[in-house]
Design a protein around this ligand. Sequence first.
Ligand code: IMP
Ligand code: MG
Length: 176
Amino acid sequence: MCAQFDVLLSEEQINSRIAELAAEIDRDYAGKEVVFLITLRGAVVFGCELAKRVKTPVYFEFIQTSSYVGTTSTGVIAMKYDVDKSAIEGKHVIIIEDIIDTGKTLKMVKRLIQGREPASLKICALLDKHECRKVELEGDYIGFPIGNDFIVGYGLDYNQKYRNLPYIGIYDESKA
Ligand code: IMP
Ligand code: MG
């Protein structure tokens, strides 16, 4: 089958890397339970596929952020949908993100969730655009480091479209 966009990562490549990440999580959290704090909406597909492959018991929680660009062009990130402290406190929490770009979103989310006193807190992202980082922020589990193309599929969108593509493709307006 011919894909709409140029394929950066095929479904097979993604799924086999997710299986490796799941094995790493199982090794690191042996005998424990984890909370997947999945960021809406982009990380939903990844979070579910990862959870299906993890044998450690997984609890699901969700958050959603929205970013407003201020007059000074400094991006301010706000919580649109939040999680109760009771779901975090004393728990082993892994923030599940689709992609780390500037790192601003996750830096804010990490600080906020850390304040709710989890037993431990890690970040798992399917993709990492490391060269685009504007703040100091590292993921603990990374699926694939990628370059700075705008990509869609496997949960990632362009204006809310293409989230259900089973692969990750390079967005190209002429093919949209
Ligand atoms: P940042 O790390 O705060 O800059 O923001 C990361 C968020 O930007 C991700 O959760 C995505 O929603 C979005 N994003 C960044 N790069 C892409 C891309 O190439 N395609 C789709 N969404 C992207
Ligand atoms: Mg996102």
